[in-house]
Design a protein around this ligand. Structure first.
Ligand code: FPP
Length: 288
């Protein structure tokens, strides 16, 4: 068993011989974390994360559930169920690290075209997740919200979603955004139509202020699992200057270690925001 300790501003992942109770307090400012030492996974000794340069907003395209299930000789739904476990561990890991916002692509506008039994099962999984994680979200100060065409979701999902959004709306530890019945182009069209109805001129600023996916700020790090290297109509505007990390890992195999690896990769990138060199980006135009 290996464990993580905090040294100065860095999270060092190290062997259990140096097991330290600081593991429970990463970062030190975090609210109570429900993780116990039993849930610690094995991290490669080389992983070092600079806590002063974390991506504020991480977005993930969770791909590969179906292939993972087929590898096990199971139905696709089995992969989605296992994928829910990865959602839980990723949310915990992001919160524990101090990421401010996590946006997960849980169901796309185009996913409605999947076979009806798969869609029904995904909706049931989502419903169950929103109920089973409720207490942990509240205890860990996680605000939950959804983006996407929520009016298309079945009533039994909408009801638990609205309740969880309401009951966590005051929490500030981390914002977890679930993209449900979501499409990036649809979001842009819906936002532009709303602004037009209100007579608000379409400008970079007016669109940005009203785009639901921009409510937590632009995406800094976009991760896609499952081996494909495309954005698939996810947070199109918000990821304009995101760093992309593509991993061949199938989503049910994604865990804290994989998230830490992606963040480490992010920290190796030189973010220039259109400039010649990264230098001091403190005066970067908020519209890039
Ligand atoms: C893509 O994998 C994944 C989805 C369409 C659904 C994602 C859902 C979950 C991770 C679980 C439920 C979510 C929450 C938030 C509780 P795929 O089925 O396209 O995989 P494939 O490319 O291998 O076929």
């Amino acid at each position: 068993m290996m464990n993580a300790i905090r040294t100065s501003h860095r999270v060092r992942i190290c062997a259990a011989s140096t097991l330290n109770t600081d593991f429970m307090t990463i970062p030190s400012s975090a609210a109570p974390i429900l993780l116990s030492s039993q849930t610690a996974t094995c991290y490669p000794a080389s992983v070092l994360i600079d806590l002063t340069r974390l991506p504020k907003h991480v977005a993930i395209i969770m791909d590969g559930n179906g292939r993972w299930a087929m590898e096990q000789g199971e139905l696709r739904m089995f992969g989605h169920k296992e994928g829910t476990t990865s959602v839980t561990s990723t949310v915990r890991a992001a919160r524990r690290l101090g990421v401010e916002a996590l946006t997960l692509f849980a169901f796309s506008e185009q996913n409605w075209n999947r076979p009806e039994p798969e869609v029904t099962a995904l909706m049931q999984l989502l419903h169950d997740y929103l109920i089973s994680e409720r207490e942990e979200m509240i205890q860990n100060q996680i605000r939950v919200r959804a983006i996407g065409r929520r009016n298309k979701l079945p009533t039994f999902v909408r009801e638990v979603l609205v309740a969880l959004e309401r009951d966590t709306s005051h929490l500030t530890g981390m914002t977890l955004t679930l993209a449900l019945s979501y499409g990036g182009r649809e979001e842009l069209i819906d936002t532009a139509a709303m602004l037009a109805r209100e007579g608000v001129p379409l400008t970079m600023g007016s669109i940005e202020a009203r785009l639901p996916s921009m409510a937590c700020g632009p995406v800094d790090l976009l991760i896609r699992t499952g081996g494909e290297q495309r954005i698939s109509n996810f947070v199109l505007w918000a990821s304009a200057y995101a760093e992309f990390v593509f991993t061949s890992e199938l989503w049910p195999n994604f865990d804290e270690q994989a998230l830490f690896g992606a963040i480490k990769e992010f920290q190796l990138r030189d973010r220039r925001f259109g400039r010649a060199s990264s230098g001091d980006v403190s005066d970067v135009d908020p519209l890039y």
